[in-house]
Ligand binder design. Structure first.
Ligand SMILES: NC(=O)c1ccc[n+]([C@@H]2O[C@H](COP(=O)([O-])OP(=O)(O)OC[C@H]3O[C@@H](n4cnc5c(N)ncnc54)[C@H](OP(=O)(O)O)[C@@H]3O)[C@@H](O)[C@H]2O)c1
Length: 287
């Protein structure tokens, strides 16, 4: 019987896990930075001793790509050193270790979907810190599952859909980058594929974004229309915003390896957006 500990349980993915595990009646313990700071070995070990899970699902991360450039120590502490702590603690106790990484481990210059066989070449501090975390998870925990994902949105404190909504409420015309392409991934879909993979005993590194691909411009247009907004959305190059951090231009990953291994289909990104709008926006009375 599965018994889970979720670290970073109050983030987007963590909240989606809590909801689904509750719905399925699977026992779990959700911790946030206040109840278990994953950078502190003694807190991690005390929690695992107290909760004795069969699986640790690490949803905690330092995800602020821009801030990471000026705070590399902070990014590496959470995205790499803490993953080492978690992986070692799981290995010592025979706990399955589930961890998430990112399309930003790639430089975006391939010109095709990235597969698990492609060599990472991160362009920024965030990507480098996440890549180090992957390596710790894969080398230190025998029973590991590392899932790379991209452009995650769900319930939580921040994601691009919240940004789109804020911009749309304040401006008639929005300018969104059209030369940044990846896969918007609905947190609930990522939870479903993760739980299926755990049930199947899958181990290793896999790409698990939603299906398809989109530019940020296409994502914004599709989402705003589904959410009932009629703003004019104009495609612009990313350089229009004079970004301080380099990001991959085409980092869409293929989910074929994991869907084939599990015999499943992961919904297209547009289906995820529509479900998100139904669940999280249509029930808000004063929009
Ligand atoms: N969001 C994306 O677009 C995206 C893209 C690719 C990959 N991913 C990966 O997918 C996974 C889930 O991402 P997400 O979007 O759900 O992230 P999120 O919403 O930013 O949640 C991350 C959570 O981690 C917590 N956290 C940070 N430092 C911690 C620490 N030292 N100890 C314990 N908890 C800590 C945060 O708490 P506070 O808020 O209190 O700091 C937050 O609740 C992560 O591995 C992420 O790197 C995300």
């Amino acid at each position: 019987m599965m018994k889970a500990v979720i670290t970073g349980a109050d983030g987007q993915l963590g909240l989606a896990f809590q909801q689904e595990l509750k719905r399925r009646g699977i026992p779990y313990w959700g911790s946030d930075a206040a109840t278990c700071n994953i950078t502190r070995r003694e807190e991690v070990e005390a929690m695992l001793e107290a909760r004795r899970p069969t699986v640790l699902i690490n949803c905690a991360a330092y995800n602020q790509v821009d801030h990471a450039e000026t705070d590399p120590a902070g990014a590496f502490e959470v995205n790499a050193q803490a993953v080492k702590i978690l992986a070692e603690a799981c290995q010592a106790r025979g706990i399955k270790f589930v961890h998430y990484s990112t399309d930003y481990v790639f430089d975006g210059r391939k010109g095709a979907f990235y597969t698990e066989d492609d060599a990472p070449a991160p362009l920024n501090v965030y990507g480098r810190s996440k890549l180090d975390g992957e390596v710790f998870a894969r080398t230190l925990a025998t029973d590991h599952l590392v899932l790379r994902t991209s452009w995650v949105y769900g319930e939580g404190k921040q994601n691009f859909l919240y940004k789109f909504l804020g911009w749309a409420a304040a401006n008639d015309v929005l300018r969104i980058s059209a030369d940044e392409v990846s896969v918007p991934t609905y947190a609930d879909d990522l939870v479903a594929v993760t739980l299926r993979a755990i049930d199947s005993g899958l181990t290793g590194l896999y790409h698990a974004p939603s299906s398809g691909y989109a530019s940020r411009y296409e994502w914004a247009r599709y989402f705003l229309k589904a959410a009932g907004f009629s703003n004019l959305v104009i495609p612009v190059p990313l350089s229009y915003f004079k970004p301080k951090v380099e990001r991959p231009v085409f980092s869409a990953m293929s989910n074929r390896a994991i869907t084939t291994a599990l015999g499943i289909r992961i919904p297209e990104w547009q289906e995820g957006v529509e479900t998100y709008v139904k669940i999280y926006l249509e029930k808000q009375p004063c929009r």
